[in-house]
Write a protein that binds this ligand. Structure first.
Ligand SMILES: [Fe+2]
Length: 145
């Protein structure tokens, strides 16, 4: 899947026009380049193999009441169905969240952590949630819910 990628930090932008600045590293819009195969998706593979199972984010959304009077939604992303390794040589570096293709947050991981991230949001309504997992060796993988 083709997408705009920040040449400084590797953040993948899901919209057609580059942002004013990268939401992760602050690089200007000129740092974004359109990259073929920027993202790997479930549709890119005919048969889901071991590799895809380790990289495609598994997303769950649960309604909670942990953020005050208003109900909130907990978005949980685990990488992946078979848990991705987390070693200094091979690990998930970042998990990035989007609502209707707009960046909403991210987690930066070190190999001492499990490849899981949770965001709690209000006003999610019926927005489409996308999650991108960045592997230091196997590139960026997207799932949507
Ligand atoms: Fe990997």
């Amino acid at each position: 899947m083709k997408a705009l990628v920040c040449s400084v930090c590797g953040y993948v932008h899901l919209q057609d026009v580059a942002p004013e600045k990268c939401p992760i590293c602050g690089a200007p819009s000129t740092a974004f380049n359109l990259k073929e195969n920027a993202l790997k998706t479930k549709e890119d593979v005919v048969t889901i193999g071991e590799s895809e199972k380790k990289h495609l984010p598994s997303i769950t959304i649960d309604t909670k009441n942990c953020c005050g009077p208003q109900a909130c939604q907990e978005i949980r992303a685990k990488i992946g169905e078979i848990t991705h390794p987390m070693t200094p040589e091979h690990s998930i570096l970042k998990i990035v969240f989007y609502a209707d293709k707009n960046f909403i947050g991210y987690t930066s991981l070190t190999p001492s952590l499990n490849p899981i991230s949770v965001l709690c949001v209000t006003n999610l309504e019926n927005k489409k949630i996308s999650v991108v997992a960045h592997c230091n060796i196997h590139g960026s993988w997207i799932s949507e819910i």
